[in-house]
Design a protein around this ligand. Structure first.
Ligand SMILES: NC(=O)c1ccc[n+]([C@@H]2O[C@H](COP(=O)([O-])OP(=O)(O)OC[C@H]3O[C@@H](n4cnc5c(N)ncnc54)[C@H](OP(=O)(O)O)[C@@H]3O)[C@@H](O)[C@H]2O)c1
Length: 284
């Protein structure tokens, strides 16, 4: 269903480009005559309208997942901004020069809301661990604040990086999961048509800790290969959720940016298998 919608959009966008050409030559029967081939000069003057201006705000764009999302969005030609408590933090990569870095705490006063001015879509990577009450605040309250503010400012699409259920871990990390689910409920209420929730399990890729780079893919990548074929086992009580396949940070980033910018990306929850499927479709 989703892929059909995406394909029909592609053909529509091609039509728009054709209809938008200055003199409509693409649709002209004149240019289809066999004895009147299209001249090169004419083809060079056809102008395709530029894409509508999209501005993406990544909440937590200096973190592990957020920094990959910023890079993916820049590669796709979007204007990208980030908001986090430490601002740009220690990121020294050259792509970081092209991001507008805002400093702000989603749990404190309203000043951070200025970062939402002119923003068309938001991706939130804000989350973390600690005591149960801290986990509820950072995964739940902080994101709920962001979702409400984005809705008030007329943001069109909002993507939230949530997390897959992990059986017993849900009980041990109660605040984490209760916070995640509370933010999800708020998102589906405030963004019924433009809200997308990604629920990855373990995310692997290169994570920066200070100046060191830790290649989590050494474990994550082979595990993903094995566990993506164990989907039926995922339904076993207690141990099942532990067999949720890990997913690469680049897949999460690709799908998140697509979900934030593609008006026909289906709203709602995308589980690990959905993230893998969308990401594979986009790589073809
Ligand atoms: N990594 C995984 O394997 C995994 C798996 C499943 C789900 N997830 C989810 O994916 C999301 C991103 O994970 P991650 O591993 O990239 O985490 P991370 O590296 O710790 O990034 C969290 C980001 O949130 C920002 N942040 C935290 N509190 C904030 C606040 N009050 N206001 C503004 N910004 C705040 C942090 O920046 P500052 O510290 O500068 O504020 C940081 O940029 C999280 O929601 C996590 O639960 C991760």
């Amino acid at each position: 269903m989703a892929s059909r919608m995406i394909r029909s959009r592609l053909s529509l966008s091609r039509l728009y480009a054709m209809a938008g050409s200055k003199n409509g030559r693409f649709l002209s029967t004149e240019s289809n005559k066999v004895d009147e081939p299209l001249k090169v000069e004419e083809a060079e003057t056809v102008e395709v309208p530029p894409p509508p201006s999209e501005k993406l705000l990544v909440l937590g764009g200096n973190g592990f997942v957020g920094s990959h999302i910023c890079r993916e969005a820049l590669n796709r030609g979007l204007a990208v901004a980030s908001l986090s408590r430490s601002g740009r933090s220690s990121l020294s990569d050259s792509w970081a020069e092209n991001v507008t870095w805002h400093q702000g705490n989603l749990l404190s006063s309203d000043s951070w809301k200025e970062a939402l001015n002119g923003v068309t879509s938001v991706i939130s990577c804000v989350g973390g661990f600690g005591s149960n009450s801290y986990m509820y605040k950072i995964n739940g309250t902080a994101n709920i604040n962001a979702i409400r503010a984005a809705s008030e400012k007329g943001v069109k699409r909002f993507v939230y990086i949530s997390a897959a259920d992990f059986g017993l871990a849900n009980y041990l990390l109660k605040g984490y999961y209760e916070g995640k689910r509370a933010a999800e409920t708020e998102l589906l209420t405030k963004f019924p048509y433009g809200g997308v929730i990604l629920r990855p399990g373990f995310i692997y890729g290169t994570r920066r800790v200070g100046s060191a780079k830790i290649p989590l893919g050494i474990v994550g990548s082979p595990l993903e290969l094995v566990l993506q074929h164990a989907k039926p086992l995922n339904r076993l009580p207690l141990v099942g959720p532990l067999l949720t396949p890990p997913v690469s940070v680049s897949s999460v980033a690709k799908v998140a940016v697509r979900a934030a910018t593609d008006p026909v990306f289906p709203p709602g929850i995308v589980d690990v298998y959905g993230i893998q499927r969308f990401s594979q479709q986009m790589s073809r």
